[in-house]
Design a protein around this ligand. Structure first.
Ligand code: ZN
Length: 122
């Protein structure tokens, strides 16, 4: 496994994000790269001087991001909307990129991840 200085990994993903916005106009992919940078900075405690395995971190990031909607669906079915809100608070305090915005089907402000409502999945 190859190790790269964390600050270079951050620069590289920010460049990817810029390219997505400027060339392919893919806002979702650009956001994913930016979210990865946030995830990395958070989990490294802001220290970008160490060498890290960039691929390993990227895979961990993708895995954590794709598991969240499934977990929320399960929580909602078992314990209702309040359980999803509670979990969302935990995710936010752990540095995940969950944000609140208005959801039409839910008729209220709900936690979202990558533009998807974590309560109803819309
Ligand atoms: Zn919703």
């Amino acid at each position: 496994m190859e190790k790269t200085k964390a600050s270079l990994v951050v620069m590289s993903h920010l460049s990817d994000a810029q390219e997505c916005i400027g060339v392919s106009m893919s806002q979702a992919t650009a956001n994913q790269h930016i979210n990865f940078v946030k995830y990395l900075i958070f989990h490294l405690g802001g220290n970008l001087t160490n060498e890290i395995d960039a691929d390993d971190w990227w895979n961990r990031f993708l895995k954590s991001a794709t598991n969240i909607p499934d977990k929320c669906k399960e929580l909602y079915e078992k314990n209702g909307m309040a359980a999803v809100f509670e979990y969302a608070e935990e995710l936010i305090s752990n540095g995940n990129n969950v944000t609140y915005s208005n959801c039409k089907p839910c008729e209220t402000s709900t936690p979202h991840l990558f533009g998807e409502c974590l309560v109803c999945g819309q």
